[in-house]
Design a protein around this ligand. Structure first.
Ligand code: AHM
Ligand code: MG
Length: 336
């Protein structure tokens, strides 16, 4: 292991993406530039999240600190950083953020070919207790960057060019797919660089973990209730699955991707479309799952086939190991 300890050939995320993009002769480096701005945003958020307790960054938005300066809540601050980094990349023309009610159309002189949909800081209810949170993003290529319309982002997830997330956990991990598999990078804080640590991630075909907010069980529909019951009381004599639920999508999905199993945020009587947002939560995670050999299902269809009508639309979601999602699909098929 001496060689490992003294690694001298560092595959940074920029180098990795440059290599990947060089396979396309028409590539002009635009995607690499866009991505490095997303990475910059993630590094900023990572630092801010780590300092949150110390710097009292976690006050309510609008509160003032002792110096009389206005304090920004971490999610608002993160959003500002991403929006500015993305606009200044000169490669974007539409931005959709969970934090902003309206989509942002980049001013003509700074426009580029990409639309980026993102949740700058997901799982923010976990900030105050230091539990893992993350940034989620998806990238579309627009057809018309001169006169872009909202239709450019109201596209099914399968049309995404790339998707990923960054998890601010015990380490800072960036997981990316540009449509040719999934790769994971870990931030080396001393270098300030994301280094390839999880090449070609494949999710196990079947897992031993299910991940859901079971407190909503009272309002679940038949197939969801039946599926979770089977996780606990398997019919085929296999061992019950373990339950793991952080309540932070990035962390729950990251564990699902690495260890296998299923993550679900189903519909319930109170929220017939579930909770999670199609464009910047459901789509990117579904894209990654499929790229890693898993599946993502809405209870009605393949998640990536969904065509959103609204930028903040929600959808139920079941994603993870291929065989586990297959079981959910069978239960929903048996319903109709
Ligand atoms: P947020 O965008 O308001 O942070 O909500 C999204 C989060 C996800 O990270 C997580 O999967 C889900 O909400 C948990 O919801 P619940 O607390 O209902 O289980
Ligand atoms: Mg969110």
């Amino acid at each position: 292991h001496a060689a490992e300890a003294n690694r001298t050939d560092l595959m940074t995320i920029t180098r990795f993406v440059l290599n990947e993009q060089s396979k396309y002769p028409e590539s002009r480096g635009d995607f690499t530039i866009l991505l490095s701005n997303i990475v910059l945003g993630c590094k900023f958020v990572c630092t801010a999240v780590n300092k949150a307790g110390l710097a009292k960054l976690i006050g309510l938005a609008g509160e003032t600190n002792v110096q009389g300066e206005e304090q920004k809540k971490l999610d608002v601050l993160s959003n500002d950083v991403f929006v500015k980094a993305l606009i200044s990349s000169g490669r974007t023309c539409i931005l959709v953020s969970e934090e902003d009610e309206q989509a942002t159309f980049v001013e003509p002189s700074k426009r580029g070919r990409y639309a980026v949909v993102f949740d700058p800081l997901d799982g923010s209810s976990n900030i105050d207790c230091g539990v893992s949170i993350g940034t989620i993003f998806g990238i579309y290529m627009v057809k018309d960057s001169i006169e872009p319309t909202l239709d450019e982002v109201l596209q099914p997830g399968k049309n995404m060019l790339a998707a990923g997330y960054c998890m601010y956990g015990s380490s800072c991990t960036f997981v990316l797919s540009t449509g040719a598999g999934v790769n994971g990078f870990t931030l080396d804080p001393s270098l300030g660089e994301f280094i390839l640590t999880h090449p070609d991630i494949k999710i196990p075909k079947k897992g031993k973990i299910y991940s859901v907010n079971e407190g909503n069980a009272k309002n679940w529909d038949g197939p969801t209730a039946k599926y979770v019951e089977r996780c606990k009381f398997p019919k085929d004599g296999s061992s019950p699955k373990s339950l793991r639920y952080i309540g932070s999508m990035v962390a729950d999905v990251h564990r699902t991707l690495l260890y296998g199993g299923i993550f679900l945020y189903p519909a319930d009587k109170k929220s017939p479309n579930g909770k999670l947002r199609v464009l910047y939560e459901v789509f990117p995670m579904s894209f990654l799952m499929e790229q890693a050999g898993g599946q993502a299902f809405t209870g009605k269809q393949r998640a990536l086939d969904l065509v959103p009508n609204d930028i903040h639309e929600r959808s139920p979601i079941f994603l993870g190991s291929y065989e586990d999602v297959e079981e959910v699909k069978a239960l929903y098929a048996a319903e109709d």
